[in-house]
Design a protein around this ligand. Structure first.
Ligand code: PGA
Length: 279
């Protein structure tokens, strides 16, 4: 479920007592997968046709996984309308730490929420790289997401140099530690592990490397949130495509994917969603 709790988003309108992404399967505590599309700075109004196509394609897929599309801010309101009556939730790609004020060009978490978003991607490496977002800045935005009732999808990941130097896990641990403010609870949070060198490059880590990192993230979340750490979805992102999705989504502790380029076309995104194991 995206945007949990009282007064949160209606993207998944059938209320349940338990968070919807938690399923007990044969005694295992496992989460329903989340497939999230990050459109980045792509999409004019014509791209809303992709949301409609996704909606048609998902008619029989509702039980499989949760689906989120994060279009540019200009399309959120129309995207939310186009997604109405479907299992597709809509999210933002960034937000300001404050609710309103003299910050020309910025968009607040409350504005995203008001436009129909129930989630927001925060700390994406492109924001860190091109907009100088540090961990403390990201932490401020995480608080804003919580304040507005948005599920925060926190992106973490190492550069190629950091991986080659053997520091990948340490870098991710630091990002997690410094980007998650104390106010945040496990139910407010999704993590996306996105190695920077895999984003938009067609390169992906080996499944062993993904598994190692996701297990490390799971352990870190356990330390931070105790049992709650088990309930936080940890997505993989970076060059997820229809032809590698099944392999990546089968890795232990991978609870879904954050998909950039391949989420722009409904047919590709649907193929990725269909590759998700049913939980
Ligand atoms: P990609 O982007 O799937 O195009 O590599 C992923 C992301 O940046 O979220």
């Amino acid at each position: 479920m995206i945007g949990r709790g009282e007064g949160r988003g209606k993207a998944f309108p059938k209320g349940r007592d338990k968070p919807r992404n938690h399923q007990f399967v044969g005694g295992d505590f496992r989460m329903r997968m989340l497939l999230a599309g990050n459109w980045k700075m792509n999409g004019l109004k014509t791209a809303l046709a992709e949301i409609r196509a996704l909606k048609r394609g998902l008619v029989d897929e509702t039980a499989r996984a949760d689906v989120l599309v994060c279009p540019p801010a200009t399309l959120i309101m129309e995207a939310a309308k186009a997604a109405e009556g479907s299992p597709i939730a809509i999210g933002g790609q960034d937000c300001h730490a404050l609710a309103s004020g003299a910050y020309t060009g910025d968009v607040s978490a409350e504005m995203l929420r008001d436009a129909g978003a129930t989630a927001v991607i925060l700390g994406h490496s492109e924001r860190r790289q091109y907009h100088g977002e540090t961990n403390p800045i990201v932490a401020g935005k995480m608080k804003a997401a919580r304040r507005a009732g948005l599920m925060a999808i926190l992106c973490v990941g190492e550069s190629d140099k950091e991986r080659e130097a053997g520091h990948a896990i340490r870098v991710v641990a630091q990002q997690l530690e410094a980007s998650i403010p104390p106010e945040l609870g496990a139910s407010d949070l999704t993590i996306a592990y996105e190695p920077i060198w895999a984003i938009g490059t067609g390169k992906t880590p080996t499944t062993a490397d993904i598994g190692e990192m996701h297990a490390a993230i799971r352990a870190m979340l356990g330390k931070r949130f105790s049992a709650g750490g088990e309930t936080i979805r940890v997505l993989y992102g970076g060059s997820v495509k229809p032809d590698n999705a099944a392999e990546i989504l089968a890795v232990p502790n991978v609870d879904g994917a954050l998909v950039g380029g391949a989420s722009l076309k409904a047919a590709d995104f649907l193929a990725i969603i269909r590759a998700a194991p049913r939980r």
